[in-house]
Design a protein around this ligand. Structure first.
Ligand code: URA
Length: 273
C-alpha cells in the first residue's frame, strides 16, 4: 500500500517518515515556516559585498595584496562596520542591521530581534542570541530564561516595562537572528554582529552594562569563563560592565542563583538603588 509520504522525491513508509522527522528535530528543526519544504542547503549564496580593496584607488605598481584566510568574511566584517557607522539613531541602526546580508542565520530565522525595554535606561543588558520564543515574537529574552531575568531585575526594583529611565533596562543580544537549534553562536557570527552591537551601545549610552554569559563576554571583553568572570566589574565598550551567569544557566543550576543574587546586589549598589 502506498503511504503517500515522500522524502526528497522518494516514497517512504510511515515509520521511516517518523524517524526522519525525529532526525530533523535533533538537528534543530523545530518548526515548519513555509507551506512547502525549502532545501536551505541548496539556496544561492547571499550577494557578496564589494571588498574595500576592490574600491580603493589602484596603484600602478603591481603590489601583491596580503593573503587573507577568509576574504569573504573579512569583506563582510568591513561591510558590517561601514553599515553600523552610518547609523545616527537606534531605529536607523536596526534598519541597517536587518538589511545586512552577511550572516547566513538571517535566512533561517523568522524575525530580526533587535531590542526591548527603554533605550534611555541606565542599564543595558546584553545576552547571547534569540531562542525559539524570541525568534517567534521578535523580542529578546521573552522565553523561560527571559522570564527569570525579569524576576531577577524586579527583585532590585528594575524592569523592562518601567517608564522611569532610572528604573528601566534596555535589552539586546549579541546576535540578532536565532542560530538554528539554539546552538552557540560561532566566532565568525559574533565578529559580524560586533560592529552593530558596539554602535547600539554607543547610541543607547547606558551607564552600566550587564553581560549575560560567555557569548557577550567573548564579544565585548574578548574573554570567556563566565564562572570566573562573574561578579567582577570590568569595562566593556568604554563603560562599567558586570559579567553575570546567563539566566538559562541558572534554570539548569539553581544553586548558582546565590551568586547571581550577590551580583544583582552589586549592580543595585553601583546604581545607588
Ligand atoms: N537567551 C539569550 O541570550 N537571549 C535571548 O533573547 C533569549 C535567551
Amino acid at each position: 500500500m502506498e503511504s503517500g509520504l515522500t522524502w526528497r522525491g522518494a516514497e517512504v513508509d510511515g515509520w521511516t517518515a517518523l524517524a526522519l522527522l525525529e532526525w530533523q528535530r535533533e538537528l534543530g528543526v523545530d518548526e515548519p515556516i513555509l507551506d512547502e519544504p525549502l532545501d536551505r542547503m541548496d539556496l544561492p549564496p547571499p550577494p557578496k559585498p564589494v571588498a574595500p580593496s576592490a574600491i580603493a584607488p589602484q596603484s600602478h605598481a603591481a603590489v601583491p595584496a596580503p593573503k587573507q584566510a577568509e576574504p569573504d568574511h573579512a569583506a563582510f566584517v568591513a561591510e558590517a562596520e561601514a553599515q553600523a557607522a552610518k547609523a545616527t539613531s537606534l531605529d536607523m541602526l536596526a534598519e541597517l542591521q536587518s538589511g545586512f546580508d552577511g550572516l547566513a542565520l538571517k535566512r533561517g530565522a523568522r524575525n530580526f530581534v533587535f531590542s526591548d525595554g527603554n533605550p534611555a535606561a541606565r542599564v543595558m543588558i546584553i545576552g547571547e542570541a534569540p531562542g525559539e520564543e524570541e525568534d517567534a515574537r521578535g523580542l529578546p529574552f521573552v522565553g523561560r530564561a527571559g522570564q527569570l531575568l525579569d524576576r531577577m531585575l524586579a527583585a532590585i526594583g528594575l524592569g523592562r516595562d518601567v517608564p522611569d529611565a532610572a528604573r528601566s533596562v534596555y535589552i539586546a543580544n549579541v546576535l540578532k537572528w536565532r542560530p538554528p537549534g539554539n546552538r552557540r553562536p560561532q566566532p565568525n557570527e559574533v565578529a559580524l554582529s560586533l560592529p552593530f552591537l558596539r554602535k547600539q551601545v554607543e547610541l543607547a549610552g547606558p551607564e552600566v552594562i550587564l553581560l549575560m554569559g560567555n557569548t557577550p563576554c567573548a564579544a565585548a571583553l574578548n574573554r570567556e569563563g563566565i564562572l570566573r568572570l562573574r561578579g567582577n566589574w570590568t569595562e566593556a565598550f568604554g563603560r562599567p560592565a558586570l559579567p553575570m551567569t546567563h539566566p538559562a544557566y541558572l534554570l539548569r543550576n539553581p544553586i548558582a542563583k546565590k551568586d547571581a543574587w550577590a551580583d544583582l546586589l552589586s549592580l543595585a549598589a553601583k546604581l545607588d538603588l
